[in-house]
Design a protein around this ligand. Structure first.
Ligand code: LLP
Length: 449
């Protein structure tokens, strides 16, 4: 603990108040559990920043890494190839939405986003349309924390500081139905919040390279798009000749109950980013996927300068690709997607009970991607003040009861490893319920639903 405080600067963490509490130092894991250095057990209710699919220390995943390490751990993909990355690319294309037939490997979700943006930008230059260079983003979007990804992000608290470093974008409303940007009812709105995007594309498509979005917004508080919404956006992009970039870093690999969130609507993006669950949450491998149309635009002689100039040192790392291959093999063998759908139905039933808590304003679920938005007053939907750190307090209480739950502001999360059983999910939700109840009972002025 002393050395952690002295040497380690933690990500997305205010280090001053981090040091006011005893840190949770993880030593090992097994299935949905993590254990700290004192041997205390915790449910991993947020799958280690939403990455873990088949559980911690899965023997087959461990073995895949060990076997690969005995052959070679890393050699470069820059101009050369390696076996696991070839086999993995084939598997990814096999399960990806139709039309995405080329895989560009990288190390993180944010890098995958950088790649997709650079590909879209360069694509239009190669097509002789260099004026198509701006991107459309959504209110409260999060695509990672590198500068390009921050430029297409819109969570002011994270992004405001860097404003002068960012490139210009167009911003349109996201369908956050609980706090509808147009104050309409989701039953009668006919997706009216999409009108801004429609108008923007109708007027400015000549200046626009692509639209980038999360099919379920993650970091803004787990906000699924209404059914059919993504398909309408896809149609608009096609109509106006603008590339659709779907960021599936958080939603990919079964998280929402289909292999990819795009699959719910049968959407075929032009570019798609993946990461997190690809390796089962074991190693940092991510990728950007592209269509033939985009890939082929980059082909040319050496001196044509159509090369895609991007590639990090550890791109296509063999250990990462080997564990990803095993993860995807087990996905099929163990019918993980069906399991997610089954457990998600059980979770939906259990979540109903949370309405008994007056501080629960909204419950949002897509598969095993769940956000519970806490409010000061259910009737008026008055939020908790940022300084109250309500989610943080609930997270601390969960920790006392043996569960790790990293919230997003006032939104409590339930994003367990995909292999969670109903019994384990029930036990985790009991802890969450109790923690919300204890932390909010004295603070809420609202009435019951
Ligand atoms: N795209 C999406 C949709 C994501 O949710 C993320 C990360 C990324 C891209 C970037 O992937 P990365 O570079 O991290 O591999 N800031 C929040 C957690 C962010 C959740 C991670 N999502 C927090 O403080 O809890």
């Amino acid at each position: 603990m002393e050395k952690d405080f002295r040497y380690v600067w933690h990500p997305f963490t205010q280090m001053q108040d981090y040091q006011e509490q005893e840190p949770l130092i993880v030593e090992r894991g097994e299935g949905v559990m993590l254990y700290d250095v004192d041997g205390r057990a915790y449910y991993d209710s947020v799958a280690s920043i939403w990455t873990n699919t088949l559980g911690h220390a899965h023997p087959a995943l461990t073995e895949a890494i060990v076997k690969q390490a005995q052959l070679v751990a890393h050699s470069t993909l820059l101009g050369h190839a390696n076996v696991p990355s070839i086999l993995l690319a084939e598997q990814i294309v096999d399960i990806a939405p139709q039309g995405l037939s080329h895989v560009f490997f990288c190390d993180s979700g944010a890098e995958a986003v950088e790649i997709a943006l650079k590909m879209a930008y360069q694509y239009w230059q190669l097509k002789g349309r260099p004026e198509k260079k701006r991107f459309v983003k959504f209110v409260e979007a999060y695509h990672g924390d590198t500068i390009g990804a921050v430029s297409v992000g819109a969570i002011d608290r994270f992004h405001e500081t860097y404003r002068d470093m960012l490139f210009e974008t167009f911003k349109v409303p996201y369908p956050y139905c609980y706090r509808c940007p147009l104050s309409l009812s989701p039953r009668t709105c006919a997706h009216a919040c999409m009108d801004e995007l429609k108008t923007l594309l109708a007027e400015k498509a000549d200046a626009i390279a692509g639209v980038i979005l999360e099919p379920v917004q993650g970091s803004s508080g787990i906000i699924p798009m209404p059914d059919g919404y993504l398909r309408e956006i896809e149609a608009l992009c096609k109509e106006h000749g603008v590339l659709l970039i779907v960021d599936e870093v958080a939603t990919g690999f079964g998280r929402t109950g289909e292999m990819f969130a795009s699959d719910h609507d049968g959407v075929r993006p032009d570019l798609m980013t993946i990461g997190k669950g690809l390796t089962g949450g074991y190693l940092p491998v991510a990728a950007a996927l592209a269509t033939d149309e985009i890939y082929e635009a980059f082909l040319g002689t050496y001196d044509s300068n159509k090369t895609f100039y991007h590639g990090h040192t550890f791109t296509g790392n063999q250990l990462g690709c080997a564990v990803a291959l095993e993860n995807l093999r087990l996905f099929k063998e163990e019918r993980v997607i069906e399991h997610v759908q089954d457990v998600a139905t059980f979770v939906a039933e259990r979540l109903e009970k949370f309405w008994d808590l007056p501080a629960v304003g909204d419950i949002r679920q897509k598969g095993l991607f769940v956000g519970i938005e806490l409010v000061r007053d259910r009737e008026t939907r008055e939020p908790f003040a940022f300084e109250e750190r309500i989610g943080w307090h609930v997270g601390n209480r969960c920790r006392e009861y043996g569960m790790i739950m990293r919230p997003l502001g006032s939104v409590c999360l339930f994003i367990p490893p995909l292999i969670v059983t109903k019994e384990q999910a029930g036990a985790m939700l009991d802890i969450l319920y109790r923690s919300i109840e204890e932390e909010t009972s004295a603070r809420v002025g609202g009435t019951l639903r």
